[in-house]
Write a protein that binds this ligand. Structure first.
Ligand SMILES: [Zn+2]
Length: 467
């Protein structure tokens, strides 16, 4: 399926997703603690039957049961050598369930369970490779599109989307899961997720699991204020309750569908059910949302900068904002001496102080003689992002440093330097396009700045100029 066809499909929506897989397989006898993908392959008729019932109930997009069939997860069961065969067969099961109907099949990726550096040992580039390996097989197996779901980490979402984009041009939906405090486990709020995912080129973004439908109304409405791509909502059938040692979901299909209707009215264009939902929930939902016009995604572009945990909007007539520019060794002997010794204590203190004193964005510049600027830039990014929430501006005269920083950082707002040659500028624009990150242009002459940006009109409206 092309990305244009996906946009068309959603425009004429609401588009119905499927309901729960895991909780229904458990009901059908899947024991706790087994490798779900292996169990599904050994009991394929259970999965095909469930998904056929979803299609009959009105599902437009089935999620292939490739959820945790990544190299890292399969390794926990000693099954990593079967990765290719398993993913191929798993996609084939959903295609079998969809056969003879218009239902589409989405290859499904999720968290690997391993933490990214600096919390864990997994490097961002390696995670991209893990997702790439799985996504390539899924795409070749004939999935129509992708869904990256039940994500708790925005960084892992980024890795998955970048990986999928490297292997194919299929549409990608991204869905994060939020705790009761409205943030993911790693602290991302829904608006930040929308901004980062749509800038990165996701085709839809939204939320699934964790809560019931009611708790999704407010965040969906909030996301709709910022979303230029369709929104997705796939709630559980209520909050899970533990009754007699069993996890129970208490929202019945009619009630679920009633709130589902409100979710569409608030802006969700793609809707389905997560844990505890059944084909009955999807049938009622389909009935309830039928004929409700899908809210068109936002047309006006907004200028946003984000970190993993915060987004800042820049408007011409909005609040005055301060960019903290202290983390720059130029003219700071003490900072220079610390950086030469490889210490980031002063950097950490400066970051905290600037945030406390009201800086909205922190500029990071590591340009000085006697240190490896790239290495120090990366170390500083990790250090500062685990200390403060402010979005960062990566300030460097070297494209390769900006390129290196774009991976570990969710939204590199980088500066173009006036003395850069055409080739450097082109490279920087290429990076900006591939990661949806923001560029600002510092030039002694505004007219030259405009020329550079206008010549690259594919640039997002998020880039702007400063004299
Ligand atoms: Zn769920």
């Amino acid at each position: 399926m092309t990305r244009e066809a996906f946009r068309e499909l959603v425009k004429n929506g609401p588009v119905l997703l499927d309901g729960a897989t895991g909780t229904n397989l458990q009901k059908a006898g899947m024991p706790v603690g087994v490798c779900p993908e292996q169990w599904i392959l050994e009991n394929s008729e259970v999965l095909i039957d469930l998904q056929k019932r979803y299609v009959e109930a009105g599902t437009d997009i089935l999620f292939a049961p490739t959820f945790t069939a990544s190299r890292i997860k399969l390794k926990e069961y000693g099954l990593e050598d079967h990765l290719e065969e398993m993913n191929r067969k798993l996609v084939a099961l959903s295609k079998e369930a969809a056969k003879g109907t218009n239902a589409l099949v989405a290859g499904d990726l999720t968290m690997t369970g391993e933490q990214l550096y600096p919390l864990g040992d997994l490097m961002f580039e390696d995670l991209v490779d893990v997702y790439k390996e799985q996504a390539k097989i899924i795409a070749e197996a004939g999935a129509d599109l992708f869904v990256v779901e039940t994500m708790m980490s925005l960084q892992e979402c980024r890795a998955a989307v970048l990986a999928i984009r490297e292997v194919c041009d299929l549409p990608v939906m991204v869905s994060l899961t939020y705790n009761e405090d409205g943030r993911t486990l790693y602290g991302t709020d829904p608006v930040t997720a929308v901004v980062v995912m749509q800038s990165l080129g996701a085709d839809a973004v939204g939320m699934n699991c964790s809560t019931g439908p009611e708790a999704m109304l407010e965040p969906i409405a909030k996301m709709a204020e910022y979303a230029a791509i369709p929104l997705l909502a796939k709630p559980n059938a209520g909050m899970p309750e533990l009754i007699d040692g069993q996890t129970v979901f208490n929202v019945e299909s009619e009630e679920f569908a009633e709130v589902g209707k409100k979710l569409v009215e608030e802006g969700a264009a793609i809707i389905g059910g997560c844990c505890g939902t059944t084909p009955e929930h999807i049938r009622a939902l389909k009935e309830a949302v039928k004929g409700i016009p899908v809210k068109a995604p936002l047309q006006t572009k907004r200028r946003m900068l984000t970190s993993e945990r915060k987004s800042v909007e820049i408007t011409l007539d909005g609040r005055f904002m301060v960019i903290g520019e202290r983390i720059n060794p130029t003219g700071k002997k003490k900072l220079q001496a610390e950086l030469k010794e490889g210490s980031l204590n002063l950097v950490r203190t400066m970051a905290l102080e600037q945030e406390e004193n009201g800086a909205s964005i922190l500029d990071i510049n590591m340009g000085m003689n006697g240190i490896d600027e790239k290495e120090m830039m990366l170390r500083t990014i990790y250090e500062v992002t685990s200390t403060v929430d402010c979005p960062l501006c990566i300030d460097s005269s070297h494209v390769d440093i900006i390129e290196a920083a774009r991976l570990p950082y969710p939204d590199v707002h980088s500066s173009i330097r006036f003395h850069w040659k055409k080739k450097s500028l082109k490279n920087c624009f290429r990076l900006q396009r591939s990661t949806g990150q923001c560029l600002s242009c510092f030039h002694s002459r505004m007219r030259d700045c405009q020329k550079i940006l206008l010549r690259n009109t594919a640039l997002s409206a998020r880039s702007w100029m400063r004299r």
